[in-house]
Design a protein around this ligand. Structure first.
Ligand SMILES: [Zn+2]
Length: 175
């Protein structure tokens, strides 16, 4: 069964996946400010135009390095500067809402989502196994924790086709 992603888990994954490999080259969807703001609008809605792009990019880089085991969580400190939880009293009780400086709302939300995953689903956030061609990440919510590809339709099929080809090639060599 696939659990519905919380909005910020989706944001985290989308942020991690802003450096896809296209035609053999690693690209960066946040490199060009115009494209970056289009990405922000698409994934977080309007109203985030004050987001500090440089901080968002460096937070993304740190999160990617963390997933690869190549960074320490202390490197996330800039994204959490001035971030706190605020009690908001509603009709049914108290809600705790993340309060962030306007300049790094998205960076902070992604970091908080990453931290939550560390506790609720350790090891479930990882990179696509098609490392030769793909720089995307996945969050595995399957019961068996056996997802290996960013998408079955993309890398899953490509890897299956390649294994099939290699098996045939090996079978022919053996003849
Ligand atoms: Zn992939």
């Amino acid at each position: 069964m696939i659990k519905v992603m919380t909005p910020d888990e989706g944001l985290l994954l989308a942020l991690l996946n802003t450096t896809p490999t296209v035609a053999g080259e690693v690209t960066d969807r946040l490199a060009d400010p115009e494209e970056a703001y289009a990405w922000i609008e698409e994934h977080a809605g309007e109203g985030h135009l004050e987001e500090d792009l440089e901080l968002l990019r460096s937070t993304r880089d740190t999160l990617q390095a963390l997933v690869h085991g190549e960074a320490a969580p202390t490197a996330l400190a800039p994204a959490l500067d001035g971030v706190s939880y605020q009690a908001v009293i509603g009709d049914t009780g108290i809600n705790w809402e993340l309060a962030t400086p306007r300049a790094h709302t998205l960076a902070a939300r992604a970091v908080v989502a990453w931290d939550a995953l560390q506790h609720t689903a350790p090891g479930r956030l990882r990179s696509c196994e098609n490392t030769d061609e793909c720089t995307l990440f996945l969050i595995d919510h399957s019961k068996s924790n056996s997802a290996r590809w960013c998408s079955m339709a993309g890398c899953g099929n490509r890897m299956k086709a390649r294994r099939h080809y290699e098996r045939r090639k090996n079978a022919q060599t053996a003849d």
